[in-house]
Design a protein around this ligand. Structure first.
Ligand SMILES: Cc1cc2nc3c(=O)[nH]c(=O)nc-3n(C[C@H](O)[C@H](O)[C@H](O)COP(=O)(O)O)c2cc1C
Length: 188
């Protein structure tokens, strides 16, 4: 089963453990180029990317912290600080944005799933390039004000912020389900 080693070794690295160096612009280009090779029923390309890097990460953190306080003025200082630093750890955050075609014969669920596959391809690709990565959403992904400031339309949604960088320490493994417990054989 050596062929499956890559999948067996795949794991996320918490974004707070990610730092410099991040992928070069060429590596990001290559990562994106391969990550669009996902199943996409109807070839609708129901997703797009938004890159957040450099100073823009800190600016987004400030914006998110301010919005968090607006949502909850009683928010504890630690939560506000966590929001401020949310995008500041990994050098590059690739946002996968779903842009669905409603009413198409390909159901919206399938279009969303295709975008989820893009997120997972980015995780795997980042790891294959020797980086750590984590797929995060959190409340900012669903907040109308943050979305608008990111230039994400009301008809679009954030499927994930994929944080990519170099892992400072080895990522902890987590308990995985035993697939055999999840499997039944259908019988007519
Ligand atoms: C759509 C989606 C959103 C997620 N958002 C968060 C999040 O906001 N915060 C978080 O701690 N983990 C989040 N996760 C979980 C992490 O991406 C990741 O699965 C977890 O750190 C375990 O890593 P693993 O990939 O090694 O299983 C999310 C996962 C998915 C699929």
């Amino acid at each position: 089963m050596k062929d499956l080693d890559f999948l067996r070794r795949r794991r996320s690295v918490p974004s707070r453990l990610l730092g410099e160096p991040g992928p070069t612009p060429q590596q990001v280009d290559a990562l994106l180029a391969e990550s669009v090779r996902v199943p996409d029923h109807g070839k609708l390309t129901p997703w797009r990317f938004l890159r957040i890097q450099g100073e823009a990460r800190h600016a987004l953190g400030e914006l998110v912290a301010a919005r968090g306080l607006e949502r909850d003025p009683m928010s504890p200082a630690a939560a506000v600080e966590k929001d401020r630093r949310r995008f500041s750890h990994a050098p590059v955050v690739l946002t996968v944005v779903a842009r669905l075609t409603p009413g198409h014969k390909v159901p919206e669920q399938e279009q969303l799933l295709s975008g989820g596959a893009v997120c997972f391809a980015l995780l795997q690709g980042a790891q294959a390039l020797g980086f750590g990565a984590q797929w995060l959403t959190g409340w900012p992904a669903y907040d109308a004000v943050v979305k608008a400031r990111l230039g994400i339309g009301t008809d679009e949604s954030v499927l994930g912020f994929i944080h990519i960088g170099t892992a400072g320490v080895e990522a902890p493994e987590r308990l995985r389900p035993d697939a055999r417990d999840l499997l039944t054989d259908w019988a007519p």
